[in-house]
Design a protein around this ligand. Structure first.
Ligand code: NAP
Length: 266
């Protein structure tokens, strides 16, 4: 081989090494992003706190950011890791607007957390049924998460982890139901389970995994009618949800877990 060719080959090899090294460095520098709905209080605020503490970027969404003082303080202390965005999951225009704003930005974990019970006293069959409340419960707990998944699917696909994690509830387990109460809330979580199970099947071949996780009874505003001693601290519930989401993969996608990692019956 003449000397010129040999020198060119050496240069080419060096160039290849440099390209591989720079790609590896870029992969190592990757900071994952999580989008949390209902991030202003309760479990959503705790997820935001814990993901930010791990160094993740957090798109923390709230219906009324102006009133989200705890979230604002968290964002102010986060060195830019937490961005607060306005989002009402029942409002398709609000979802589409946010998705357009984050077009082409990877979202490693879409955390569908926002949810409402509709109030136990409003869903007493043949006694007091506030039917418009049922519609709101379904729009918030069922339609909102699926619309979120559709709007942010390109972002999830563009990410490294490609996960959609949903805060479900053991109250949505038909097999586990023995008492007749919460006629709005329980069907809404059962429907969330079914639609996300469908999504898990459809998206598995694209490398997207989907989780349904029951956080157990947690000490948040939603459960303020129960004595605190019956409730789990929100910090524990947050770390359980994150641990299970970390363990989520295309192998176990579409599973309905409870907070300790055991599988719940549909
Ligand atoms: N706490 C429990 O024991 C328990 C048990 C099982 C499952 N879960 C589930 O865990 C999730 C979080 O509940 P939580 O205990 O943290 O309740 P929470 O303290 O009452 O918080 C609910 C969150 O959802 C938000 N939200 C409600 N409607 C919304 C909408 N249309 N658009 C956007 N955000 C909306 C609320 O925002 P605003 O402040 O604007 O109302 C709030 O941030 C829910 O899906 C719930 O069903 C909770």
């Amino acid at each position: 081989m003449n000397r010129r060719i040999s020198r060119s080959l050496t240069l080419l090899a060096a160039l290849c090494v440099a390209i591989v090294a720079s790609a590896t460095a870029r992969a190592d520098d990757y900071v994952p992003t999580v989008l949390v709905t209902g991030a202003n209080r309760g479990i959503g605020l705790e997820l935001t706190r814990q993901y930010a503490a791990r160094g993740w970027k957090v798109i923390a969404t709230a219906r009324n950011p102006a009133e989200a003082t705890e979230l604002e303080a968290l964002a102010a202390d986060s060195e830019g890791k937490v961005s607060i965005e306005t989002l009402d999951v029942t409002d398709f225009a609000s979802i589409d607007e946010l998705a357009a704003k984050y077009k082409d930005k990877p979202v490693d974990v879409l955390f569908n957390n926002a949810g409402i019970t509709g109030g136990g006293g409003n869903q007493l069959f043949a006694r007091k049924m506030e039917w418009p409340t049922y519609e709101l419960v379904l729009r918030t707990n069922v339609i909102g998460p699926l619309k979120m998944a559709e709007a942010f699917l390109p972002n999830v696909l563009a990410s490294q982890q490609k996960k959609i994690s949903n805060v479900s509830s053991s109250q949505g387990s038909i097999a586990g139901t023995t008492n007749a109460m919460l006629y709005f809330y329980r069907p809404s979580k059962a429907a969330l389970n079914m639609e996300m199970h469908l999504l898990a099947i459809q998206l598995k071949s694209k490398g997207v995994s989907v989780a349904l996780i029951d956080p157990g009874p947690v000490d948040t505003d939603m459960m303020s009618m129960l004595p605190k001693k019956m409730l789990r601290p929100v910090e524990t519930a947050g770390s359980d949800l994150i641990r299970i989401t970390d363990q989520l993969s295309v192998e176990n996608t579409g599973t309905f877990w409870t907070f300790d990692g055991s599988v719940l019956p549909w």
